[in-house]
Design a protein around this ligand. Structure first.
Ligand code: AP5
Length: 218
């Protein structure tokens, strides 16, 4: 099953992608996570991407298209994948179609997680992430048992550089201008499934399971 998760920053794409990956045993492929890892390791890719990410802008298409082209060739993606945060522009969507076409594959479904804007800001300003294992928390909705400490591995929790309110607003503007038009693009291809993302993560996940198991099995 080859799936795309579309939605604004804070819609819960990463949260749901992890739950989906566990259920269907296919990898979550997050361009944001791959870029942050490259920044952390000080690789050239990270150095190029960091200034765009810190400003809440998109990293150039050629960079992320290259990342996805390589990642989808990996063995663990042979039985399917969940794209989280890609594509975000028309050139990315077209490149994806080409990459998959060359592999004899195609997207089965595009799940668009929809959440009102003020909820997104609250979710993102409260997000904290484990520096060690990447587990995500929220100060109000999913707090760690011990302040600042990951309940899974004991690592320190930190706030992403782009989760400051001003940068969040910029990311939302970029989403509206450059990524939201993809909703209509995939709707016109009969691939789009809208998911109400305003409830608890468990309720949203049940909706996703229902849709995927009835409509996206290919
Ligand atoms: P990326 O990492 O993809 O960030 P994003 O799309 O802005 O998405 P987020 O990770 O912020 O949110 P999410 O929807 O995954 O929500 P989450 O589950 O974490 O991209 C970062 C940057 O990298 C971009 O700005 C860009 O510069 C660059 N980039 C990445 N991909 C690119 C591309 N294709 N092209 C160009 N540039 C690219 O949840 C958020 C919070 O809410 C968490 O605290 C969580 O615990 C909480 N939460 C989740 N669900 C619920 C719920 N149901 N109820 C209450 N709280 C919830």
């Amino acid at each position: 099953m080859d799936l795309i998760l579309l939605g604004p920053p804070g819609a819960g794409k990463g949260t749901q992608a992890k739950m989906m990956a566990d259920r269907w045993e296919i990898p979550q492929v997050s361009t944001g996570d791959i870029l942050r890892e490259a920044v952390k390791e000080g690789r050239p890719l990270g150095l190029e991407a960091k200034s765009f990410m810190d400003r809440g802008e998109l990293v150039p298409d050629r960079v992320v298209i290259g990342i996805i082209g390589e990642r989808l060739e990996e063995k663990d993606a042979a039985g399917g994948f969940i794209l989280d945060g890609f594509p975000r522009t028309f050139p990315q969507a077209e490149a994806l179609q080409e990459i998959l076409g060359e592999m004899g594959r195609k997207i089965n479904c595009v799940l668009s997680i929809e959440v009102e804007e003020e909820k997104l800001v609250v979710r993102l300003t409260g997000r904290r992430i484990c520096r060690n294992c990447g587990q995500s928390y929220h100060l109000v909705f999913n707090p760690p048992a011990r302040d600042g400490i990951c309940g899974r591995c004991g690592g320190d929790l930190y706030q992403r550089d782009d989760d400051k309110e001003e940068t969040i607003r910029q990311r939302l503007t970029v989403y509206r201008e450059q990524t939201q038009p993809l909703v209509a693009f995939y709707e016109s291809k009969n691939l789009l499934k809208k998911i109400d993302g305003g409830d608890s993560k468990e309720k949203i996940f049940s909706r996703i399971v229902e849709v995927v198991e009835s409509d996206c099995r290919g």
